[in-house]
Design a protein around this ligand. Structure first.
Ligand code: ADP
Ligand code: MG
Length: 201
């Protein structure tokens, strides 16, 4: 993976978070404290500002640098969790991964997020998007570049009727039902952004 491609991935993810900051904040206003859009925008603006430096590193080191920036800049619950995801990917991926390597690394990084968040599938969080995306990625097959974004979007929609068990939304109890989880939506947007770069290649 060359520097230009890594840079494109950073720009696509940052653009998605910046373009959808208001939407993510609106989702978090309904069942949280209304900062998720700003949190993600701030984190990815920091990654974008360092994009030349980060993209020059080998993939594992680049992902660790992204993870560190997210932990430091995103804040909230989601900063350490997205940071853990990126750093976990950096630890688990070789410099030139196959699709199978990438799927396995994503599985290990998700396990790190679960451990950090003491969370699992079905609790109305980002994991409700990350887990089905990883499962489909690991199963492989044709058209992953178009299927994974669709799976992510459906999985984010499927958080609407869920009861929040983790994160700030869990404080609302039954009132968390009927709203999409903001972290599930940001994960879905990031999956879309990453796939769009691979689809163009
Ligand atoms: P905060 O809740 O601290 O304000 P954000 O608003 O940035 O942080 O992020 C909220 C999102 O973080 C939630 O929508 C959810 O997807 C995710 N989240 C929160 N707690 C957990 C957890 N324990 N495990 C997994 N994801 C979590
Ligand atoms: Mg919040």
């Amino acid at each position: 993976m060359d520097q230009a491609f890594k840079r494109k991935l950073i720009v696509a993810m940052a653009d998605a978070m910046i373009a959808h900051a208001e939407e993510l904040t609106a989702l978090d206003s309904a069942i949280g404290d209304g900062d998720h859009g700003l949190n993600m925008k701030r984190g990815f603006e920091a990654v974008l500002a360092d994009a030349d430096n980060i993209s020059a590193k080998p993939l594992p080191e680049a992902l660790k640098a992204v993870g560190m920036a997210l932990v430091m800049k995103v804040g909230g619950a989601s900063g350490p969790l997205y940071g853990t995801l990126a750093m976990g990917l950096g630890k688990a991926l070789p410099s030139e991964p196959s699709a199978a390597d990438a799927a396995a690394a994503l599985g290990r990084a998700i396990a790190d997020v679960k451990a950090r968040g003491k969370s699992e599938a079905g609790q109305k969080t980002m994991l409700d998007v990350l887990i089905p995306v990883q499962a489909a990625f690991a199963a492989g097959g044709d058209d992953l570049g178009s299927r994974l974004p669709a799976i992510a979007a459906e999985a984010a929609d499927a958080t609407v009727p869920m009861l929040a068990i983790r994160g700030r939304a869990s404080f609302l109890g039954e009132r968390s039902i009927g709203h999409m989880d903001p972290g599930a939506r940001s994960s879905s947007l990031l999956v879309q952004a990453i796939c769009s770069v691979f689809n163009e290649a």
